[in-house]
Ligand binder design. Structure first.
Ligand code: GLN
Ligand code: ZN
Length: 754
């Protein structure tokens, strides 16, 4: 039952944790390298938490999420909390080393699998459970962080991953249905609630993002039972069930009469669909996520406020919040002094979003007049953004409008294959690689020297050309058939293109955690996308000038560029995808004109942007496939288009792969033993395919015999005319000696089979 004396008005669902200047990343990496000890690491972490929590309080949040800090990943933290850190690391005595071993593996044990966190670019570690896993509560971390925050005078609200989401995200190692473990898990949550209350928590937030996915009747019933039981615990904090990344749909009524006091809803990513249902929730605090936690745009008060007042006027108790944890946005705009001033005024990063939440809560509780000045500034910024000419470049829009009819390759794939083969004259089972070659220390040194101004662009470019020449010579010597330039000039496969396209901006310090200590700096797509000049032609033609074998032009596809950027939210993603596709299309045409005969357009993020609910997936796949075809259909039939998708569990996207109509698709398969080819066949796919036969995620060098075996297996599913021989993914993260040995074996295997 909601106690009117125990409500809050302004909060966020979680806070970033890597540190405003990636201090935590550096401290953890120093610990891993043996350059510091656990005490030093804990000290850095405590300092970061203290600064952040007190800042959130001082900014005006009257309930502050606590415990979203992590040394690696919050799902892994939950596995520790519930006593189910992988069996294989149990022997490691030191607690911190055991934790990092589960995250990263050691010489003796493999790490937990890592996978994408819903539709974000954050990766979590997948807990391993079975029908017999024993749960045991280890509440030290949440309790310690709660006490620490309370001692600082912070109105702390511990955040814990909820039982349904935990079971849904875990992997069943024995094939058993993990939801059946709910009755074993709930007593731990019940005890935890009691302990948190004893330690002084008024509220606890149980994160249940899985509730925004399609749930079966059984799952919905489990949601209801679980929260009913947790609500029955005597002497517990008020419970806030937090949903984000979508709308609750049927999960909302399942939660509504369980007795939980609060529900957090994502009013940015679809939660609006549930607004009517929320209006009837009289005894529940609705924590309304109106400030986008997953993107960097400033909130429009005239969009957010009517939703908040609409709920309040219907008699609902409302608090203002971020739509999801602020983990997914950078800390602060303050260091971004290089950004175009106008663009900067349209943005809000973590710190600024907290100020927006407080502002909206002020408007809601005290009336708009009380905060009129700040609302005015926000409104002006929103209007200024709408009026900026860079948001509408008519020449691009007109070209796109006129292109529709041309946006596919009109000659069927088998006819194209014949023309291409005549021109390329490749042997049966052609060998190739995915694009990147090892990022040598020479490359890293050159990049650092350029950044520090110690060398000029010309010197940098000449060093990169030397790298390319070396990679071409190596491939010639190994005997590969279709060569690549090795991508030494690219810091990142998305950033590299974003930096050269109008309509994108880069930040200097806009880091967000991708996984563990790995952080990325997504570009910001703010306006219509225009390619002012060719982006890759010089590098690729240089590489092609060194060899008579075909060199693949290497581009990133529109969906992947969008997936790894902060995207504009003022037009459908599909429209942005078409603009980027047009820029990539122009690049393929330029490459072709410069004599490049094979062009690869990578789409490793095709699956990542797949909507969480089935009902939305077909529409997404339609525009994603259209964008790829738009990007790749500007070339002649004789130009061979490749694509690369770096995963093997295609699931819902399998049909879309044939739709891409790429002449050759390379995919991951070394670890999934070629079953993926049967799935592809079943979907009607009949194009060229290169199932990875060398697992680049491991330092192991596969033997020629072993690769031959994999190819024999592949030949059972794919006729030799369509089969390509290649590794799983780019070779960027491997060492040159491993790569050389593996590729020699790969070529030997192909030759043996021919
Ligand atoms: N062409 C890229 C590379 O080889 C592809 C990377 C990826 O699949 N993520 O590095
Ligand atoms: Zn890949």
């Amino acid at each position: 039952m909601l106690n009117p004396d125990n409500v809050f008005t302004a909060t966020a669902l979680g806070l970033p944790r890597i540190g405003p200047n990636r201090e935590l990343k550096r401290a953890i990496e120093a610990y891993w390298a043996g350059r510091s000890d656990a005490a030093a690491l804990h000290e850095v972490a405590r300092g970061l938490r203290t600064a952040q929590l007190t800042a959130a309080r001082d900014a005006g949040l009257d309930s502050v999420p606590v415990g979203t800090f992590s040394y690696y990943d919050h799902v892994l933290d939950t596995a520790v909390l519930l006593g189910v850190l992988a069996e294989r690391v149990r022997g490691i005595a030191d607690e911190l080393d055991r934790y990092f071993a589960a995250a990263r593996g050691t010489a003796d044990v493999p790490p937990l699998e890592m996978t994408k966190w819903f539709d974000t670019n954050y990766h979590y570690l997948v807990p391993e459970l079975s029908a017999t896993t024993e749960f045991a509560l280890h509440p030290d971390k949440p309790l310690a962080e709660l006490k620490e925050a309370l001692a600082l005078g912070v109105p702390a609200r511990p955040v814990i991953m909820g039982p349904i989401t935990f079971l849904k995200l875990a992997k069943s190692v024995d094939g058993s249905d993990l939801l059946e473990r709910l009755p074993d898990l709930l007593p731990l949550y019940e005890r935890l609630l009691g302990l948190l209350a004893e330690a002084g928590a008024q509220w606890v937030q149980l994160d249940e993002p899985s509730l925004v996915t399609d749930l079966s009747e059984t799952e919905l019933a489990a949601v209801h039972t679980a929260y009913r039981r947790l609500a029955e615990v005597e002497a517990r904090p008020s419970i806030l069930v937090a949903s984000y990344f979508g709308h609750l749909g049927a999960a909302l009524p399942a939660l509504a009469d369980t007795g939980v006091e609060g529900i957090a809803v994502d009013l940015v990513a679809g939660g609006e669909a549930d607004l009517a249902a929320m209006r009837s929730l009289e005894n529940t605090l609705i924590v309304a996520g109106v400030v986008d936690g997953h993107n960097v745009w400033r909130v429009d008060p005239d969009h957010a406020l009517p939703r908040l007042t609409g709920l309040r006027d219907a008699g609902v108790t409302v608090a203002v919040s971020s739509s999801c944890s602020l983990l997914h946005v950078p800390y602060s705009l303050a260091p971004e002094t290089d950004l175009d001033a106008r663009l900067r005024s349209w943005l809000a990063f973590g710190e600024e979003k907290i100020a927006e939440i407080v502002l909206l809560a002020g408007a809601l509780t005290k009336g708009e007049e009380a905060v009129a000045g700040d609302l005015d500034i926000a409104r002006t910024a929103v209007l200024d953004r709408k009026a900026d000419p860079r948001l509408r470049v008519e020449s691009v829009r007109e070209r796109l409008a006129g292109l529709d009819a041309d946006a596919v390759r009109r000659v069927p794939a088998d006819e194209r294959r014949a023309v291409q083969q005549e021109r390329l004259n490749l042997p049966l089972l052609p060998t190739t690689t995915i694009g990147s070659y090892p990022q040598t220390s020479r490359i890293r040194v050159a990049r650092a020297e350029l950044r520090r101004g110690e060398i000029d662009q010309a010197e940098y470019d000449s060093r990169m050309r030397a790298e390319i020449a070396e990679v071409i010579a190596l491939q010639e010597e190994i005997g590969l058939d279709v060569l690549v330039h090795g991508e030494p000039e690219r810091n990142d496969m998305v950033q590299y293109f974003a930096e050269q396209l109008d309509g994108f901006a880069a930040t200097v310090n806009g880091w967000v955690q991708s996984y563990g200590t790995r952080c990325v700096r997504p570009p910001i797509q703010f306006g219509d996308v225009v390619r002012p000049a060719a982006m890759t032609v010089e590098w690729i033609t240089y590489a092609q000038s060194l060899t008579r074998k075909p060199v693949k032009g290497m581009l990133t596809g529109p969906v992947t560029i969008l997936a790894w950027s902060f995207v504009r939210d003022d037009q459908p993603l599909a429209d942005s995808a078409r603009q980027i596709a047009l820029a990539i299309r122009d690049e393929t045409v330029d490459l072709e004109a410069a004599g490049i005969r094979v062009i690869q357009v990578d789409e490793p993020a095709l699956r990542e942007l797949l909507p969480l609910r089935k009902a939305d997936q077909a529409a997404y796949l339609d525009w994603a496939v259209d964008a790829f075809r738009l990007a790749t259909s500007g070339v002649a039939d004789a130009t061979q288009i490749h694509t690369h998708l770096c995963y093997s569990e295609f699931g819902e996207v399998i049909g879309a792969i044939a739709g891409l109509d790429a002449d050759v698709t390379s995919i991951e398969a070394a670890r999934s033993h070629m079953e993926v080819l049967d799935d592809l066949n079943a979907s009607g796919f009949d194009l060229g395919v290169g199932p990875g036969v060398y697992d680049i995620h491991s330092p192991r060098v596969p033997g020629a015999g072993e690769i031959e075996q994999s190819l024999r297996l592949a030949l059972k599913a794919v006729p030799a005319e369509r089969l390509w021989v290649n590794p799983d993914c780019g070779l960027k993260t491997r060492r040159t000696d491993e790569v050389t040995a593996s590729l020699r074996n790969l070529v030997a295997a192909a030759q043996a089979l021919r």
